[in-house]
Design a protein. Structure first.
Ligand code: COA
Length: 251
């Protein structure tokens, strides 16, 4: 397992922490594999009744590591795909504890969490076309369903950065807690969830997430377009601009 992802099992709650604070927890291939491994473990391990996914330091995650994007995908199933499949298929309740900025896949992964809470310091942004790519993680289908077209287009097309209060009013998160007590509040809720009847919990989650096949199908469709975009001049322009800390110019 990557040391950039920390896991801790305590009282039936598995906490998975994206642990690359100096890079705002930007996700590398190894980190996706490590989180996928933790979710697969949670799925199959009867001792785990709830998973908390959070970030170290002041960020949730700045999304995919942009250098990894530029370097292309490794051979075989891309780790990001393994991660997305693992979060879609995990039968245990997954809580996203959004402690700071959630960018790109940092936002879209929330659509696969069952419980989504934000610190008052959290922000949310998924400006895919602005970085030369398209929405992933079935977010082109799930975000409009979760928050409606107006918010979804503001996020994707407008590149809008949502505050925690805006994410709450949009319905992207269900509660906002003060930063100082954030993880404590999340852990309290996770303990309550972990104490519920496990089979009833599992069946309830399966009923709520009954559209799994269409979600996976949308992910595949998005993935094909995403990969084409990654090879495009548009992405090169956006990635170079990000590295040079300036705005991209698309002619
Ligand atoms: N991939 C690689 N490195 C990243 C990264 C990413 N997605 N996001 C941040 N970093 C790195 C920065 O390059 C910087 O590295 P350096 O210290 O070696 O220069 C470090 O993390 C700190 O980032 P910085 O932007 O200076 O921090 P900030 O506090 O000003 O802003 C964020 C934090 C999360 C708001 C900002 O980094 C951000 O928006 N990143 C997202 C980038 C992105 O477009 N992601 C993909 C979307 S599809």
């Amino acid at each position: 397992m990557s040391d950039l992802v920390a896991t801790e099992l305590d009282a039936r709650v598995l906490t998975v922490t994206m642990n690359r604070a100096d890079k705002k927890n930007a996700l590398t291939h190894d980190m996706y594999s490590a989180i996928a491994g933790a979710l697969e473990r949670a799925h199959g391990d009867g001792r785990i009744r709830c998973v908390i996914l959070t970030g170290a330091g002041d960020s949730f995650t700045a999304g995919n590591d942009l250098s990894d994007f530029a370097a292309g995908m490794p051979q075989g199933k891309p780790p990001v795909v393994r991660f997305l499949e693992a979060i879609v298929n995990c039968d245990k309740p997954v809580m996203a504890a959004v402690n700071g900025p959630a960018v790109g896949v940092g936002l879209t992964m929330l659509l696969h969490a069952d419980l989504i809470y934000a610190s008052e310091k959290a922000t949310f942004r998924s400006p895919f076309p602005h970085v030369g790519v398209v929405p992933e993680a079935a977010s082109s289908m799930l975000l409009p369903l979760a928050v409606g077209n107006a918010w979804a287009n503001d996020i994707f097309l407008g590149g809008r950065v949502l505050t925690a209060a805006e994410a709450l009013s949009a319905g992207l998160v269900s509660r906002v807690f003060p930063a100082a007590s954030f993880m404590e509040e999340c852990r309290k809720i996770a303990s309550t969830v972990a104490a519920q009847a496990p089979n009833a919990m599992l069946q309830t989650k399966r009923l709520i997430r009954a559209n799994r096949e269409s979600v996976l199908e949308r992910m595949r469709k998005e993935g094909a377009i995403f990969n084409e975009q990654l090879k495009s001049p548009e992405f090169m322009i956006a990635a170079a601009a990000y590295m040079q800390r300036r705005l991209p110019e698309f002619d």
